[in-house]
Design a protein around this ligand. Structure first.
Ligand code: GRF
Length: 209
């Protein structure tokens, strides 16, 4: 059997996207293993739930630390765990360029809007206030700029007349949970390649047929 690809999960809070990934693996929908879960915040519920699941759950506090130094500790932990792919799941910290260069095209993030619309904080509130009729979520590679790297997968969510931030966020979150595992599965399958900004299915050469 093929060796399972190893995921490193970085989180700072609730951790529902991490839970959804772990559930997909448990249910056999996603062929991977979670090698390490790292939180930069001691009180992150996601860290507790990773421990409850018996995963390698590590706290690397960032408070009061210089970004590069904290990142160096996180990078070392990810290397020790020999991760193949790093998934940011509500990780409320910008990565230093050094971090991104240490794992080229191997760091992904999920964002609760259809990027490039509404990057940054409170994406659902931004979408409501702008008045868009459709929003959603985006799984993308992480580069040096905020919510900017090549897009792997997007799912749409309609904005309803009666929506407030909570109801819209909840419907987007449902799609996030499906989208993240789907995107990870796609990347681990090795069937996609990144060409400039586009993440495309590899073309099967006619010789290979
Ligand atoms: C999600 O909405 C995700 O898109 C954003 O942060 C939130 C994290 O939620 N990046 P959770 O911690 O995964 O529940």
């Amino acid at each position: 059997m093929a060796v399972l690809k190893k995921l490193g999960i970085l989180l700072s809070g609730r951790g529902s996207n991490f839970e959804a990934i772990a559930d997909s693996i448990q249910a056999g929908r996603l062929h991977a293993e979670i090698a390490i879960v790292i939180s930069n915040r001691p009180d992150a519920p996601g860290l507790e739930s990773a421990k409850r699941r018996g995963l390698n759950a590590v706290l690397i506090p960032s408070k009061g630390r210089v970004r590069e130094e904290h990142d160096a500790d996180v990078i070392a932990a990810l290397h020790r765990a020999q991760v193949d792919l790093i998934c940011l799941a509500g990780y409320m910290r910008l990565l230093s360029p050094h971090f991104i260069q240490a794992f080229p095209n191997r760091i992904v993030n999920i964002h609760p809007s259809l990027l490039p619309s509404f990057p940054g904080m409170d994406a659902q509130k931004q979408a409501l206030e702008y008045g868009v009729k459709v929003t959603g979520c985006t799984v993308h590679f992480v580069d040096e700029h905020l919510d900017n790297g090549p897009i792997i997968l997007q799912k749409t969510v309609p904005v309803l007349d009666g929506d407030d931030v909570n109801s819209l966020s909840a419907r987007i979150l449902e799609q996030e949970h499906a989208a993240y595992s789907e995107a990870i599965g796609l990347l681990l399958s090795g069937e996609v390649e990144v060409i400039e900004r586009r993440v495309l299915r590899k073309r099967v050469s006619s010789e290979g047929r």
